[in-house]
Write a protein of this length. Structure first.
Ligand code: ATP
Ligand code: MG
Length: 419
């Protein structure tokens, strides 16, 4: 136990972390281009926020949350997703009085007590955005196009986009009745949770992952065929907007998404490469949530994109990830005077943004050169007493073996000129 991460978690080691840094830098770029600003909220919140914000009838709240009492007897939960915390912050910080829309993005770890499977962890990471204050479909289109350009910037191709509308409280009311009439004769065959959902939120039944429920839900009436006029118009606007940008999509009447608070637009980006569910990114509109959490009535839309699944997809598609900046120069030394001199030299090089290394283990010259090779250093020099006395050394390219004589106090310029 002492030397094992808890189930469902993993270290991100240096051989992987540069990939994460790359993805994070692409996220920052695309979000800046779209005018979304970063927000950072706490890893834990009051449990109540998720019960309200994610929804009492969801799998997340019913089965998957890490909830505990803190020493002050408060019920606290680790965040299972990003939206609820951002909504809380929007309300708490009075963002509704800022110019609308308020466009935010985040890059977070999230926690769910889940059964382990491919692409399913207990600690995982999400990139997400939330946009508040705009109710028309053009912001839905903007958000979907942001994801699409993000994938493009990474070199990903053919990630499928599925869209649906799950209506608003108006059309949902009539639809729920239809749905209840459909499910009522089969209640005994549905799982316990779905029986519970039947009264509280029958739409949730359609999202149940239990096999016995799935076979019954497959014939259920679809909300998309039962939208009110306003929701229908919104969905038409969404499709037009996507067509306008040339973004391809499928309409999937079965997407209801795992969270309670979605209204109108819901969407998923999917791929076969990322595990059983196949979802890399899920999102949608949640026009009722800000008000349900105690804020002013505010339309809003957002998505969450799993970074682990994104990496799986990138690997499957074989898209290249730029390698991290390697060591540019290794200063090998012979003797104590050279070692002291090299200490100052690497410091001066690093000051000029040149990644430089020297020996730290009193290795032999041969071992130092071997190590420089392992580090992937582009250049090496060997310093002894003579080199220091004459202010001269031989700069050797490890790539092509080229050797040139350089002044010790001018190495940085030689390197910069050769970049
Ligand atoms: P799934 O259908 O896979 O359970 P979900 O509907 O629970 O997904 P969301 O809550 O919408 O997922 O989260 C958005 C994204 O976060 C998912 O599309 C996925 O990429 C990622 N994600 C969700 N749960 C996990 C997990 N346990 N491990 C890794 N990634 C996850
Ligand atoms: Mg899930």
């Amino acid at each position: 136990m002492l030397t094992q991460t808890p189930k469902g978690t993993k270290d991100i080691l240096p051989i992987e972390s540069y990939k994460w840094q790359y993805i994070e830098s692409q996220i920052a770029k695309v979000c800046t281009n779209f005018g979304y600003k970063e927000i950072r909220t706490p890893v834990f919140e009051h449990t109540e926020l998720f019960q309200r914000g994610v929804g009492d009838t969801t799998d997340i709240v019913q089965k998957e949350m890490y909830t505990f009492l803190d020493k002050g007897n408060r019920s606290i939960s680790l965040r299972p997703e990003g939206t609820a915390g951002v909504v809380r912050s929007y309300i708490e910080n009075g963002m509704s009085s800022q110019p609308q829309p308020v466009k935010l993005y985040y890059n977070i770890s999230a926690y769910r007590y889940e059964k382990m499977a491919k692409g399913r962890y207990r600690e995982f990471h999400q990139f997400g955005v939330e946009a508040f204050g705009s109710k028309g479909p053009s912001i839905d289109v903007e958000i979907i196009s942001l994801i699409s350009l993000f994938f493009e910037s990474l070199g990903l191709k053919d990630v499928g986009l599925n869209i649906n509308s799950i209506g608003c409280p108006v059309c949902r009311k009539a639809y729920n009745e239809k749905l209840m009439n459909y499910f009522r004769p089969s209640l005994e065959k549905l799982c316990g949770l779905c029986n519970n959902r039947f009264e509280r939120n029958p739409l949730r039944i359609i999202d149940c992952k239990e096999e016995k429920c799935k076979s019954i839900t497959s014939g259920a009436p679809a909300i998309l065929d039962n939208l009110c006029g306003e929701c229908k118009e919104h969905f038409e606007g969404l499709k037009k907007g996507l067509d306008n940008l040339g973004i391809a999509y499928n309409i999937d009447k079965n997407i209801v998404r795992g969270l309670d608070y979605y209204t109108k637009t819901v969407f998923e980006f999917i791929s076969e490469n990322v595990g059983t569910q196949g979802t890399i990114c899920g999102g949608g509109r949640y026009d009722g949530l800000v008000e349900a959490c105690g804020g002013p009535s505010t339309p809003a839309i957002g998505f969450g994109l799993g970074i682990e699944r994104l990496l799986m997809e990138m690997e499957s598609q074989g898209v290249p990830i730029p390698l991290p900046q390697e060591v540019e120069i290794y200063i090998a030394t012979i003797g104590e005077i050279a070692d002291t001199y090299a200490g100052k030299l690497v410091y001066e090089l690093r000051k000029r943004q040149i990644p430089a290394e020297k020996d730290l283990l009193q290795k032999s010259l041969k071992a130092q050169m071997k190590y420089a090779d392992k580090l992937g250093a582009k250049y090496t020099i060997v310093l002894g007493d003579d080199e220091i006395k004459n202010n001269k050394a031989t700069l050797k390219s490890m790539k092509n073996g080229e050797q040139i004589e350089v002044a010790l106090d001018n190495i940085h310029e030689e390197i910069i000129n050769r970049r």
